[in-house]
Design a protein around this ligand. Sequence first.
Ligand SMILES: Cc1ncc(COP(=O)(O)O)c(C=O)c1O
Length: 459
Amino acid sequence: MSLPSSDAPALAGNAALAARDLRHVWHPCTQMHDHESIPMVPIVRGEGAWLIDADGRRYLDGVSSWWTNLFGHANPRLAAALADQAQRLEHVIFAGFTHEPAIELAEELVRITPPGLDRVFFADNGSAAVEVALKMSFHYWLNRGHGEKTRFIALTGSYHGETLGALSVSDVALYRKTYAPLLLTPILAPSPDAYEGEPGETPAQVAARRLVALRALLERHAHETCAVIVEPLVQCAGGMRMYHPDYLAGLRRLCDEFEVHFIADEIAVGFGRTGTLFACEQAAVAPDFMCLSKGLTGGTLPLSAVLTTEAVYAAFYAEYSAGKAFLHSHSYTGNPLACRVALETLAIFRDEPVLERNRALAGHLAQRLVPLRDHRHVADVRQTGMIAAVELVADKCSRTPWPAAERRGMRVYLHGLQHGALLRPLGNVVYFMPPYVVTTGEIDHLVDVAVAGIERAVA
Ligand SMILES: Cc1ncc(COP(=O)(O)O)c(C=O)c1O
């Protein structure tokens, strides 16, 4: 196994590139002042699960670069597909015009997603896909004569993106609080998050109890509700909180009973992350809308897709004069480069035993995390497929969290940077979401660095 070592340094080193960056670039999800003390890391190259900086230092990408990367950085198959497509057609307006990569990708997505999702609308990032699903659901009900349906039900602790519509149905205070005056008001249903269960309650019991609460909300609000939107099985940005598949099965039944849509946001959990190709499969449910992005292109280019049913499509299909067409467009809708890379990503799933390999890797990761369960500052170690999370707390018995201002998770991150691992915790939750090409030796490296980082962080 290759531990961090030095490659030949690039011409401009870390310090020079970081200084240039900080003169003009404004980074996402960042208090830029932090970079007076926290290093900005200029990456010049990727290789499998590793990122290599301008000084030749290597970092194992434990977070798949914001959960996008599946098959390694600079993956030769994806790079070749991209180069080939770039020489033929880089982009074309997607209204009135089409192209084979988009047609074939739509066909493939319909084939591999749960039954009934037969219509595909492309967008170019996860938040945009959520905007599309929300607008399409609202507009469906409007076209069907139910303009009174204007609201959405979301789960506590949910995250669906940061454009205003997507942020409206998100409930992570860090992202939402400041912009709350600009947002729609969702109806919040209590999350089935197993960590928040009563003492002794199983995840399935938490799910059942939370379905009772959802039913009560629907009894009161279904008449004004377009859809319930959830992140199936894992609420990722909300702290990798996990729940039992029964909740999804119950949600499907309730949505049918109360005539509201079920939107499955599989942007983070789709494409094998949770152990099945799509998380909804574990509950054997098909939603009315499924949002996909991130892993869709293996982490190479921004692209997203919203899949929906023939019934939804039919509600928009009418003479032009009826004014029922769906109104949403992005300049780069259905970009051929991104579609072609997405097709190659799906081809890798067909050609290689990805899910089987992931099961073995996930098993190894689980085994390596067992000792952390007894750590005096760890309240929970949880895992769903290739997502594992460690909840750090100030007090194990009462599960009292560390004050956010102490930034304990950030200390783990800094330790990781010094020791060849990119671990970017969510607050006090240290998590592992590596690319699927990671080896067991590399998982050992990630866990070893994390364990040492946790020791430093809680000292
Ligand atoms: C579940 C979920 N939905 C939506 C988004 C937003 O995607 P994007 O960052 O591409 O806008 C994210 C991003 O992390 C996500 O995890």
